[in-house]
Design a protein around this ligand. Structure first.
Ligand code: ATP
Length: 266
């Protein structure tokens, strides 16, 4: 299934309402979406459609989800790819894969290409030559410069490290819109938890606000994980509803994982 990444597309059903928090980012993206949905008024005004959007920030904060939502809101085909996969497999294949990806996206337009871990191909070019990576990056630049703005292909890149990226990639006409996607604050954590318990039977005593308070420092991915762990525990405990005990245990488990990870980093 993995080989298919970057080569298959679908039109995701994910919408902005599925992405909790990140209100400012969604507001900024609303303009891009309006452009894709009704380009004529922009063209009449002589405006060019944005080609590249870069999401940067810590892992698990909804970058992939947002990219899918852009596709969902515009009924665009979605082409997920990973920078690491472009260069890891076989030498010489990266540039060709980039070319094929853009060909397909153009054919299926309107489309959204999502390149996760774009730093794997987009890191600053060093004097030490890395042919495979540089060729792949060059091909990406060629593709982004090459398509006309009336072909609605939006390229969304995601990275944890904006500072690593080659400036050529960030120039106007390429990834010229940069949006920081950070860890959720207490209100956003509450919203994210609500999204992830929406279809689960929750005991009425569970206080979502208090869960949000106790999950400081966690990402959306952690919160989604907590909701899922709690559901699994409720099954194990033969409960009809997911209760406070299950949430407590789930938080502890995810928290322990976080601390282990931090310990390794330090
Ligand atoms: P990475 O940098 O690790 O690729 P990411 O920022 O792309 O991470 P996503 O893959 O979008 O993170 O998020 C992982 C999962 O966490 C999502 O599928 C979703 O279930 C949940 N999630 C993250 N952020 C949010 C959010 N803002 N609202 C709702 N769910 C979220």
């Amino acid at each position: 299934k993995d080989e298919k990444r970057g080569e298959s597309s679908d039109r995701p059903a994910i919408r902005f309402k599925d992405v909790a928090g990140l209100e400012e980012v969604k507001e900024e993206l609303a303009e891009v979406i309006d452009f894709i949905n009704s380009p004529e008024k922009y063209y009449k005004m002589g405006a060019k459609i944005p080609k590249g959007i870069l999401f940067y920030g810590p892992p698990g904060t909804g970058k992939t989800l947002l990219a899918q939502a852009i596709a969902g809101e515009t009924n665009s085909a979605f082409f997920p790819a990973s920078g690491a996969e472009f260069v890891e497999k076989y030498v010489g294949v990266g540039a060709k894969r980039v070319r094929t990806l853009f060909e397909k996206a153009k054919k299926d337009a309107p489309s959204v290409i999502f390149i996760d871990e774009i730093d794997a191909i987009g890191a600053k070019r060093s004097s030490e030559s890395n042919n495979e990576k540089d060729q792949t990056l060059n091909q990406l630049l060629i593709e982004m410069d090459g398509f006309h703005s009336n072909q609605t292909v939006i390229v969304v890149g995601a990275t944890n490290r904006l500072d690593l990226l080659d400036e050529a990639l960030l120039r106007p006409g390429r990834f010229d819109r940069h949006m920081f996607i950070g860890n959720p604050d207490i209100r956003a954590r509450e919203e994210i938890l609500k999204v992830h318990i929406k279809n689960k039977p929750i005991d009425s005593k569970v206080d979502i606000k208090s869960l949000a308070k106790r999950t400081h420092g966690m990402s959306g991915a952690h919160l989604s994980n907590i909701a899922n762990e709690a559901a699994i525990l409720a099954v194990r405990n033969n409960k009809k509803h997911i209760g406070i005990d299950e949430f407590n245990q789930a938080i502890e488990k995810v928290m322990a994982g976080l601390q282990r990870k931090n310990a390794v980093v330090m």
